[in-house]
Design a protein around this ligand. Structure first.
Ligand SMILES: N[C@@H](CCC(=O)N[C@@H](CS)C(=O)NCC(=O)O)C(=O)O
Length: 287
């Protein structure tokens, strides 16, 4: 099994990229979450020398690999059938160019609009440099889509899309204006199943971090609207065992007047945040 050290899911854009390289390509991984702006990351990474940042992966043999580009390349070599890079040579080269430019660039966008998946603002007063980054994004997205014909940048969902998923989250979260093609691409990310699961976990996996607080007016998150579930007291539920772990039910939610149980608060709360993101829960709900 792979290990992956990650930061707060709501805020750590690089962790999201690293985790997508597993989850969106069907590779199993165990996550170790560190809360940013505490000493948790440094403490966990003592076992991952010389890594200093999240995400950092450890392979089943014990090789330590930080840096998302290195994680992408290493996983692609080790799992050649997972589809991390496109098979077609031209599209593969395009995907590598896009991921590399994302890894190295877009610093104005990244610093003015740090990823925060918990809120969406109506406006963020983007600077000229941020607008230039948005223009550049749209140039390279259009370049890729013109060659692939979509639906993702290089045809099927690839590492290039995983690298831009946090950017889609920023465009949505800060209501950044982009053209119709980029808007459709952002909407596809907001509905992408792995992203919905990550964001659902990010809504509930730790406190709001002051560093990301902004005073701009807020609006509703522009992605798919979650089914209206809420937490309830007690252990009474239709199911006696948790759909995720098969352990006895201890935490319960209510949806459409029906009660469903889970074996811990996190799994109950991540399901409340976006029930449709979780296939095992939806299997139970639709049974
Ligand atoms: N170039 C790195 C960037 C990783 C990065 O900056 N991660 C942030 C979290 S999003 C981090 O670990 N920050 C904590 C720190 O720098 O102490 C990569 O591609 O993985």
């Amino acid at each position: 099994m792979y290990d992956l050290v990650i930061g707060d899911r709501a805020y750590s854009s690089w962790s999201l990229r690293g985790w997508l390289l597993f989850d969106a390509f069907g590779i199993s991984v165990k996550t170790l979450r560190a809360q940013l702006y505490t000493d948790e990351l440094a403490t966990i990474l003592r076992d991952f020398a010389p890594a200093r940042t999240a995400p950092t992966m450890r392979t089943p043999e014990g090789f330590v690999v930080p840096e998302t580009i290195a994680i992408a390349e290493e996983l692609a070599t080790r799992h050649p059938d997972a589809g991390i890079w496109p098979v077609e040579p031209r599209l593969r080269s395009v995907a590598r160019v896009l991921a590399a430019e994302m890894h190295a660039g877009f610093t104005a966008l990244r610093s003015h609009c740090p990823m925060n998946l918990r809120v969406s603002y109506t406006d963020c007063a983007p600077t000229a440099q941020v607008l230039a980054d948005l223009d550049r994004l749209q140039v390279i997205w259009a370049w890729a889509l013109a060659q692939s014909g979509g639906p993702w940048l290089c045809g099927e969902y690839s590492a290039a899309d995983a690298f831009f998923e946090p950017v889609a989250g920023r465009i949505a979260g800060y209501n950044l204006r982009v053209g119709p093609q980029a808007t459709s691409y952002v909407q596809a990310h907001l509905a992408q199943p792995s992203f919905r699961r990550w964001r659902a976990m990010g809504m509930v996996d730790g406190p709001d971090q002051d560093f990301y607080r902004r005073d701009w007016p807020q609006r509703a998150w522009p992605g798919p609207e979650p089914l209206p579930a809420h937490a309830v007291e007690g252990h009474d539920a239709e199911n006696a065992i948790c759909p995720y772990s098969n352990k006895p039910v201890t935490h319960v939610l209510e949806l459409s007047g029906r009660r469903f149980g889970f074996c811990n608060a996190f799994c109950r709360d991540k399901t409340i945040a976006d029930p449709e993101a979780w296939p095992k829960f939806m299997g139970l709900y639709q049974s």
